[in-house]
Design a protein around this ligand. Structure first.
Ligand SMILES: [Zn+2]
Ligand SMILES: [Zn+2]
Length: 595
């Protein structure tokens, strides 16, 4: 408990430091470029930004000059002083300064509230509610840096003027700054958009549209391996595979409530004519698979003996994300959910929920994703965006809480993070760089069974209502692949690698032997290819390294004469290196091909 309090205070102190740095930057900018208009400059994760309105773009040289000026301000040891100002007087002062954004900010402060400004030294001030450090000398001039300039609209609205946002980072010590810059560089090198292109896994095409990835052959193999792995685990656990279409009548989503609650995130209605559009008749792309699986459940009168019924689909869904939010595979408009809907009796809920969590833990273990925590994503009682009665929510939230407590998992609560039809258990994964990603999710749902009037015949012959569990261990294949690329830095474990082995003939004359070995390995189920290029051996090896092929098999005169392969693995495995008889290699590689 004490450690927690300490941590919060340290974080608040760091936010104060970063926010103060943003004012120092604004002051430096206005000293150097008096025509620049100031707006706001909050602290953000790892740093701060400040938005300016200035006709000329800030150049990298400008950033250097601004940083130098900031250091000067720090060294001048300017006191940071709060002053409560008279509203009318301040307004006149701002008008004289010609700062339209400051004026707008002032006018947005509710009447009756104190208007505070902060002075850095005697002349320069900024409209702000604080808190700040008390003197610019509390900043360490070797512990902050300016990083980049980006465009941003005033107040995030594209109808407003376009501003220039300068991003910076600030820390307590130079060592912390260096460590952050190192992590930032490492994140750039691991960036899945960069590696995905280099490794030939997926592309984006302007002609197709933003947020719509196209999977190239290697990326498609990677996806299939992931799907097959999960499919196998699911079949072992009694899941039943289904396939459903990508579009449906809008009425289906009116019944589910998606049209009412989720319409902004759906692609627009496909209507045959204006009259149909106005009366909301037509088809929509599916944003979720649930209503389809519900139709399969509903197609027959179900008995309690058939439950739990676990319908599973790698279902591709479409969501109309704002194009500004799209980036790589982690935010896309079309993606495939490793979805399943479990229809259970109320008595089966707790047990089935735990089984789902167990499956998710198995999946994470095989993918070597060990650093995660569970978030109990509950509804915000103050919001009206949720479907259903509070009692049903309490029941569903209770089931989730019992499960994590019985499984003794570390968890935290996320109020307001629930889906609109039910609470969720989300798995938040922390990657090697300390960044957090949401992966698998499990939801308990009393609403959709109600809205679709789902039933089963109970043991006593009466009609009863099932409960639904929605779950996706991966979340989506796109997101998972993006995260795995970054987590492994493109170095996939052998079982996942699109190309597992490459045969490298020392010269052209061994191509025939290489080909015959490749055919034997393909028969074994290994994903293998032959480097037929006429490059020199060293170049071929370098290329295989760049392509991050887990296993290189070099063959030359000796290998041909004695039916050997010369093995080089990227990640060492005991006994699997150097010249080995082909049959031995095949026996030893086999177990590494499974997850
Ligand atoms: Zn401030
Ligand atoms: Zn669902």
């Amino acid at each position: 408990m004490d450690a927690d309090i300490l941590q919060t205070t340290a974080l608040e102190q760091l936010e104060r430091l970063r926010h103060t740095t943003s004012h120092v930057m604004a002051m430096a900018v206005q000293r150097l470029y008096p025509e620049a208009k100031v707006t706001i400059g909050p602290s953000i994760k790892d740093g701060f930004y400040y938005d300016f309105d200035r006709p000329q773009p800030f150049t990298p040289e400008d950033l250097k000059a601004i940083k130098k000026e900031m250091i000067r301000i720090v060294n001048q040891k300017l006191p940071v002083r709060q002053e409560v100002r008279d509203r009318a007087e301040l307004q006149r002062e701002i008008e004289k300064l010609g700062e339209p954004y400051k004026l707008e900010l002032l006018q947005a402060i509710p009447a009756g509230e104190d208007v505070t400004v902060y002075y850095l030294g005697e002349q320069w001030w900024d409209l702000c509610a604080g808190p700040h450090l008390s003197n610019t000398s509390e900043l360490n001039p070797k512990a902050f840096d300016l990083l980049s300039v980006a465009a941003a609209y005033w107040r995030g609205n594209e109808k407003n003027p376009m501003l220039q946002r300068i991003y910076g980072t600030a820390w307590e010590t130079p060592e912390q700054l260096q460590e952050y810059l190192r992590r930032r560089e490492e994140a750039k090198n691991r960036d899945h958009r960069k590696l995905g292109k280099e490794l030939g896994l997926f592309i984006f095409s302007d002609e197709v549209g933003p947020g719509l990835p196209l999977w190239t052959p290697k990326g498609t193999v990677l996806r299939s391996v992931l799907q097959d792995f999960l499919q196998k685990e699911q079949l072992k656990r009694g899941y039943l595979p289904v396939v459903t279409p990508h579009i449906a009548r809008v009425d289906l989503f009116k019944t589910s409530g998606h049209w009412q609650k989720y319409q902004e995130d759906m692609f627009p209605l496909m209507a045959e004519d204006e009259a149909s559009r106005l009366s909301e008749q037509g088809f929509v792309m599916k944003p979720m698979n649930c209503p389809f699986h519900i139709q399969i459940y509903k197609s027959e009168l179900r008995s309690y003996r058939e439950l739990p019924m676990r319908l599973a689909e790698f279902g591709t869904v479409y969501r109309y994300e704002q194009s500004g939010q799209l980036g790589g595979l982690t935010r896309v408009r079309g993606f495939t959910v490793d979805d399943a809907h479990l229809f259970v009796t109320p008595e089966q809920l707790d047990d089935e929920f735990k089984k789902v969590v167990d499956l998710i833990l198995v999946v994470f273990e095989k993918l070597q994703l060990s650093d995660f925590k569970a978030r109990l994503s509950f509804r915000d009682p103050a919001s009206d965006k949720y479907l259903g009665a509070p009692e049903a929510w309490a029941k569903a939230e209770g089931a989730i809480r019992r499960a994590v407590e019985q499984l003794a998992m570390p968890y935290f609560e996320g109020i307001g993070e629930a889906a609109f039809y039910g609470p969720k258990l989300d798995f938040i994964f922390r990657d090697v760089l300390g960044r957090e990603w949401q992966l698998g999710t499990v939801q308990v749902d009393y609403q959709l069974p109600e809205r679709f009037d789902l039933e089963f015949v109970g043991e006593d012959g009466t009609r009863q209502r099932p409960v639904m569990i929605h779950r996706a261990p991966f979340g989506s294949l796109e997101r998972l692949v993006g995260i795995l690329i970054e987590q492994y830095a493109g170095d996939f474990p052998l079982w996942l690698a699109p190309i597992q082995a490459r045969l490298i003939p020392v010269t052209d004359q061994f191509n025939g032997y290489a080909q015959s070995v490749a055919e034997k390995l393909l028969d074994l189920g290994l994903r293998v290819e032959v480097d037929h290029s006429s490059e020199r051996l060293n170049k071929k090896i370098r290329t295989a390294e760049k392509d991050k092929i887990p296993c290189m098999l070099v063959v030359g005169e000796k290998e041909v004469a004695e039916q050997l392969v010369n093995v080089r693995l990227r990640q060492e495995v005991e006994g699997l290196s150097g010249s080995l008889p082909l049959v031995d290699f095949m026996a030893q590689i086999k177990p590494l091909m499974a997850p």
